[in-house]
Each structure stands twice: as C-alpha cells, then as structure tokens.
Ligand binder design. Sequence first.
Ligand code: PGA
Length: 254
Amino acid sequence: MRKLIIAGNWKMNAGTVDAAVQLARGLVAKYGQTTAVDIVLGPPYTALREVKAVIANTRIALSAQNMYPKTDGAYTGEISPLFLKDCGCQYVILGHSERRTIFKESNAFINEKVQCALAHGLIPILCIGETEQEREDGQTEAVVEDHLRGGLAGLTKEQVKSMVIAYEPVWAIGTGKTATPADAQSVHAFCREVITGLYDRDTAETVRIQYGGSVKPDNAKELLTQPDIDGALVGGASLKVDSFSGIIENSGAF
Ligand code: PGA
C-alpha cells in the first residue's frame, strides 16, 4: 500500500519569514502528528530554516523547490544539496514545469539534479507533464515517457522506489483547470507501465506518483482516490491553512 503524500509548493510566495512561519504554525496545529498521510511543505529557500524550526518534532517534512547539482564551488546564486540538508530539508522538488519552461532546464540537467539529490540523501520529487499544445497534439504519453526516461536515467530500482514523481499537466498548473480524474488516472497508470518497462513491476508499484495542477479541496477526493494517484503537489491552494487543510481532509486517507 502506497501512503498518500501531499506536498505544498509555495513557489515564490509566502516568502517573508513571518508569512511562512504563520502558515507552517497553522498546519502544525492541525496536522503536526498526522500519520495517515505524509505532509511536506516547500517554502522559498529564505524561509526554510524558520519553517524547519516550526515543524521540528512533528510528522511534517520540509522540501526545497530546486537545487543545483554540485556540493560547492563557483556557482553564483545557486544552492547546494548540502545547504538544503543543513536547513533540514528531506525532499527537493526537481524539474518543475516552471523550471523547464522559464529556466530552460533540460531532462539531462534535471537528471543530474535527481542523481545528486539522491547521492546526498534528499528525496527528489521529480515533476513531469505535457503542455496544452502537446496534449492537443496527442503527445501526452510521449512527453511523459520522455520526462520519465530522461529524469530517471542511470538510477537503480531502489533509488526509484525511494523517490516521488509528480505528474503535473502544465495546462492545469495555476489555471483552475484540472485533468479529469479518469484522465489523470490513465496517465498515472501509463507512468507505471513506463517504469515497469525501465525497471520492473515491483518498482512501478512502489514509487509514489502525485498529481499536480489546480488541486483544491473540492476536487481532491476524486483525484486522490484514483488507484494510481498517490497524493498531490499543490501550488496555489497550499498557501492558505484552510485550503491546504481541505485537500488533506478530502484526500480519502482518513
Ligand atoms: P497549482 O500548482 O496547484 O497552483 O496549479 C501546482 C504546482 O505547480 O506544483
């Protein structure tokens, strides 16, 4: 049985220490000891340490939103996996569509990050997903397969089993549009087929695959109770205690 994992990707929001601490405190008050689902918070880098202090000794985990695939050196403005570990991160979101499109990150670069994160004991949340145009062109499966093959290249079965994948159709991110539960389920099942081909069925059945893209309290239940959807990566609705709580409450895990 795969446990649901619900992660908040705060993006470049809630970035003042006060705002981040308030949000984290509100969630700790409700879910600090929750074990039915894994809850992960992804604040901006500048608030990681303060959020970690709020969630210390709770069941809530900390994620960064990105990482540079080197431990140290002359990489002005970048953040090393060692710094993320030092701030208390257990997870790191990699290959988010905003990184792929705005910052032109390639599969090969994302794969370097995934490998580096794993090598330093961080759990990658590898994001994959097609654009609206790609979906209209009937390319959804081809794109998802390409992102999986590229992102997972060179990893062992055990590494793949330990990580998290987030299927996020780009056209659903921040738009209020969501894939229908049936469409999302079918892409998730397809991801497991690809992973079965690359590794084996056991690996495909073990790795957790989140759905992301306008997940809200009112659509969480039908999405998260699909057999191959193992949680959510939440942007906009993770910025308020009430809406993130609504997703957790409606996840079907309680
Ligand atoms: P959204 O973002 O929930 O605001 O659509 C999801 C994401 O980008 O991870």
